[in-house]
Ligand binder design. Structure first.
Ligand SMILES: O=C(O)CCC(=O)C(=O)O
Ligand SMILES: [Fe+2]
Length: 698
């Protein structure tokens, strides 16, 4: 479809001169930087909604996955009993919801001793657990702020700090688990609380001392200032590890048994629970292999959608099973509980896979400088849903009300998927059509404007396909070294390499086959594949000088735009210094394919100014962002003029822009370049436009 107003108006940049010197990069203005699309449309809400979410090993290495999802109900008195059961067993006689007539008898430990849990202990336990979780989260956030203020301008200390903290949780996961399993549970909870508080208090003192020492290594502390600062920092790292381990200890020792107890209360033995946990963990871990494979095959977005769908299907199945049995057998019957447990365990493959897909999208979509704030907002949402989960289980705390939190949780997950789908504008066929199939459906239309010969196609690739491509460009390709300080375009070449001395294919450089990602991007509108394809990366601020792609060498020309939009300027007849030549700006929108033919190809130059913003016709100043383009070139037939010499020649006769016309009219090569480029260095422009030297092409 032809986009109206594609041409941005021939006058908007009329007075600007186009030389490197005259084109200083416009510094970032007070333009609001486009906010990252809220989570690239796929931000990570807490999919567990009404259940505490701790599905990464780092967050909760020990907690049973099953527990996490089904532990939504607050522990009933009987549940607390086994939660703290290492040395004593309690049952609250007054409340005993699990020993109602329709329920099996309350759980007993192997010794069969049951001791009531005092209400005060229950509420203390809840309060303490709430405070521990709160403490840990606030500390995590505050420590980042402290470090940012102590070490401005570098992410290194913060990263070391966070890495050590998370690393400790992973490395010490096993010993912590053994401590919980082997020790006195109440003592372990106490140890975790005291340890966490002490670590936080000591860290605060150290942060204060670090602040006093000043930022950037200098400041206070006299001659020993820097060493002191490093020492203090090392101590804060150790304390962060202690704090993290204590918080995991607390989380696991208090929360884990809710689920275990629930399953035991419906008739599970310890062996059954152990088996269920193992199977569930295997499911979760399988996502580590499933997700990357899936992303490779169908892309991150579709991978994310498949993961969410998988999650929903199993959750729906589990919940249906559970509800079906709920009225018949009661909440404490093993069969409905097993149905729910199986559904939840299987659904978690989807949750983990989704998380991995979302991480990938965040990496690709969110600018590095926003990733920090993005992650804190994300963490905020997780905490919010966690709080909501506690709230629902406080409101619906009896086992016969357990269906309410479960229902709320599942509904939240379903509605979140709906939101994701709407926000990401997932096309209805995106689950089953490959991008390659879709992209050939449309055809090119000529833009109704001067220069004639610009053919356009919106959405040559889908947004999802584009995302996959950008991922490959960013992470899988080897780009040539960047030279110089200012933002410069980098190029990679495929197919034949053009030799500017002979104006033919360079026989010394072997044909470089098109990589798999390029194959589906070859325009199907030409009789044969292009002879040369050039992938170019434009960092913000980079451009390409005005030029015509060598007439004699190449016939038609296509350019696919990916990433951020950019304004390309066409100038009539090349710049000969007079200001009368017409200029037309064309907004190259992402995923669009442009074909240059006729006048636009032969008699107008094209180029992209080196600057950090583009001004649109309505006055909007748009910040440049990373852009990639793929240029496709077809070699002209040799001996097109029929004189038998086999030379590639162009018959357009434009002495200003055509190398054949210039050669025929005796214009010297050097001069020819200068004419075409308004006096700029010739080879620089040719290299700029057509792909640099042989070495780079490799
Ligand atoms: O980046 C583009 O879209 C066009 C690049 C170009 O003109 C060229 O490579 O010759
Ligand atoms: Fe070009």
């Amino acid at each position: 479809m032809v986009t109206p107003n594609r041409a941005l108006g021939a006058t908007s940049l009329q007075t600007e001169e186009w030389t490197a010197a005259d084109e200083p990069l416009i510094e970032l203005q007070a333009q609001p930087k486009p906010q990252p699309r809220s989570a690239g449309g796929v931000h990570q809400p807490d999919l567990e909604a009404a259940a505490p979410r701790s599905h990464t090993p780092e967050q909760n290495p020990q907690a049973a996955p099953l527990l996490i999802s089904i532990s939504a109900p607050q522990p009933q008195p009987a549940m607390i009993a086994t939660a703290t059961a290492a040395t004593a067993r309690y049952i609250d006689d007054e409340q005993q919801p699990l020993s109602s007539s329709s329920s099996p008898p309350p759980p007993e430990d192997v010794d069969g001793i049951v001791i009531p849990v005092p209400r005060t202990l229950q509420s203390q336990l809840y309060t303490s657990h709430f405070l521990s979780t709160w403490n840990s989260r606030v500390f995590e956030f505050a420590s980042t702020l402290f470090l940012a203020s102590v070490y401005p301008g570098t992410l290194l200390p913060m990263s070391v700090y966070a890495l050590a903290r998370s690393g400790a949780a992973i490395v010490f996961a096993q010993p912590i688990g053994s401590l919980i399993d082997a020790g006195d549970r109440l003592a372990v909870v106490r140890l975790s609380i005291v340890g966490q508080r002490l670590a936080v208090a000591a860290s605060c003192g150290l942060f204060w001392a670090l602040e006093q020492l000043g930022s950037g290594g200098g400041g206070g502390g006299g001659a020993y200032g820097p060493q002191l600062k490093s020492g203090f920092f090392a101590l804060t790292v150790v304390l962060a590890c202690v704090e993290k381990l204590c918080s995991v200890l607390n989380l696991v020792s208090v929360e884990r048994d809710w689920m275990v107890t629930y399953l035991i209360s419906v008739g599970y033995t310890s062996l059954h629970v152990g088996l269920a946990r193992t199977v569930s963990t295997i499911f979760e871990l399988s996502a580590t292999w499933v997700a990357p494979y899936m992303m490779k095959r169908i892309g991150v977005i579709r991978g994310g959608i498949w993961s969410l769908s998988w999650q929903m299907i199993w959750l729906a199945g589990g919940v249906t099973w559970w509800f079906a049995g709920f009225h018949g057998m009661g909440p404490t019957s093993a069969i409905p509980a097993t149905g729910l447990a199986v559904g939840v365990a299987l659904s978690r493959v989807g949750l983990w896979s989704y998380d991995l897909c979302a991480q990938n999208i965040v990496q690709d979509e969110i600018e590095p400088e926003y990733r920090g704030s993005f992650s804190t907002v994300e963490a905020g949402f997780q905490n919010l849903f966690e709080l909501l989960s506690y709230a629902t289980t406080i409101i619906f705390s009896r086992p016969d009300q357990f269906q309410c939190p479960v229902l709320i949780s599942v509904c939240s997950i379903f509605s979140l998927l709906e939101l994701e789908a709407i926000e990401d504008k997932i096309p209805s066929d995106s689950l089953c059509h490959s991008p390659a199939e879709r992209e050939r459906e449309t055809t090119m239309e000529e833009l109704p404007m001067e220069p004639r010969g610009l053919f356009w196609q919106d959405d040559f690739v889908t947004a999802e396909h584009e995302r996959q491509l950008l991922h490959i460009f960013r992470h899988e390709l080897e780009w040539p070294e960047k030279k110089g300080g200012s933002p410069a375009r980098l190029s990679l070449h495929y197919g034949y390499t053009f030799d500017y001395k002979t104006f033919g294919v360079d026989p010394d450089i072997p044909y470089k086959p098109f990589p798999a990602w390029l194959e589906p991007l070859i325009p199907a509108t030409e009789a044969r594949p292009p002879d040369q394809v050039c992938l170019q990366w434009y960092p913000p601020g980079a451009g390409i000088p005005p030029h015509v792609d060598t007439h004699s060498a190449y016939d038609q020309l296509y350019a696919l735009s990916l990433g951020a939009p950019v304004v390309m300027q066409f100038r009539e007849g090349g710049s000969s210094g007079d200001e009368g030549d017409r200029r037309v700006d064309v907004d190259l929108t992402p995923r669009s394919m442009l074909r240059m033919a006729g006048d636009a190809r032969l008699h107008w130059t094209h180029g992209i100014k080196k600057r950090k913003t583009d001004t649109l016709p309505d006055g909007t100043v748009r910040l440049r962002e990373e852009r990639w383009s793929i240029t496709y070139r077809w070699l002209r037939d040799g001996d097109g003029d029929g004189d038998g010499d086999g030379k590639r020649e162009c018959e357009c006769g434009d002495v200003k822009l055509c190398d054949t016309a210039q050669r025929r009219s005796g214009v010297e090569r050097e001069y020819r370049w200068k004419t075409a480029t308004g006096g700029k260095d010739a080879s620089a422009v040719e290299n700029a436009s057509l792909g640099d030297n042989k070495n780079k092409i490799g």
